[in-house]
Ligand binder design. Structure first.
Ligand code: NAD
Length: 266
């Protein structure tokens, strides 16, 4: 399978390039960066720390989609929407790891999913996808008497908050309680907030250093607390998940898929 990487000079992009080069059953179709990037013209594989592969980083995403069977996207929400349209135009599978997506970006993915397979996940690690299922289950079993708080920490370069994974965990907890996250989420607390509202799902965001990604879902009841914790020790786990998702799309009909689908969690 020929896999293209958009945003190939980014932190995740480079890791995905390494995984594709090391992976069985796939070859690197090439990589793009945004116009003006200092990486343009560099060798895609060398940029990721590998042996030069004779593929230059370009800024022509259309040409990359035309020669790929699947494209992996860890870029920015607006770029992802453009890539979704190209995936649909070329009937090429798209794996989206970019976070911070808003309604318009999700619409663009849903639109593309009519023409091609799209896998979108705020977190591509098997462990976090397991955590999503456990969170929904705990929320359903424990109910409103246990206050739900979601704490996340990431490296200092991360630009969106709370993390896409924290929001996905919040959505899973809300689904377990049969409510919409939007109607119960407390994303920020500051100043005189008053007491905690029953049923709220709270978020706390920490940023610093090189933390690859840590999430805790806390169910705090009277006299006891249940904590579900996931710690990623290397970002390679996300890159491996993305390549696994790209390989999984081979022969899949058009549709919008989750990492749970890829991993067989349903
Ligand atoms: P980064 O800033 O290091 O990399 C993003 C890259 O995309 C940059 O090199 C940038 O130049 C490039 N880019 C932007 N617009 C582009 C365009 N139009 N065409 C081609 N390239 C373009 O960021 P990062 O740390 O690699 O993270 C990227 C995204 O992935 C973020 O949204 C982050 O939250 C998300 N992420 C998701 C997971 C997951 O498992 N789903 C894991 C880690 C990070």
């Amino acid at each position: 399978m020929k896999i293209g990487i958009v945003g190939c000079a980014g932190r995740m992009g480079r890791m995905v390039v390494s995984e594709v080069l090391a992976g069985a059953g796939c070859t690197l179709a090439g990589g793009t960066e945004q116009p003006g990037s200092a990486a343009l013209g560099s060798d895609v594989a060398a940029l990721a720390g590998g042996e030069p592969a004779g593929l230059e980083v370009g800024d022509d995403a259309k040409a990359l989609f035309a020669r790929s069977d699947a494209v992996i996207d860890f870029t920015s929400p607006d770029a992802t929407a453009v890539h979704a349209a190209l995936a649909a135009e070329h009937g090429v599978a798209l794996v989206v790891g970019t976070t911070g997506l808003e309604a318009a970006h999700h619409d663009a993915l849903a639109q593309a999913a009519r023409q091609c397979a799209v896998v979108q996940a705020a977190n591509m690690s098997p462990g976090v996808n397991l955590l999503l299922g456990l969170t929904e289950r705990c929320a359903r079993i424990l109910g409103d008497e246990y206050d739900i708080e979601i704490v996340e920490m990431h490296h200092r370069h991360k630009v969106d908050a709370p993390s896409g994974t924290a929001l996905a965990l919040g959505a899973a907890a809300a689904a377990g309680r049969g409510v919409w996250l939007e109607s119960v989420s407390q994303r920020v607390r500051d100043g005189h907030t008053g007491p905690r509202r029953t049923g709220d799902i709270g978020f706390a965001t920490l940023r610093g250093g090189d933390v690859a990604g840590e999430h805790a879902v806390i169910f705090a009841g009277e006299g006891e607390r249940v904590e579900l914790v996931h710690k990623a020790s290397s970002r390679a786990v996300f890159a491996r998940g993305a390549v696994r998702a790209a390989l999984w799309t081979d022969g899949r009909p058009p549709g919008l898929y989750s990492m749970g689908d890829v991993l067989g969690f349903g």
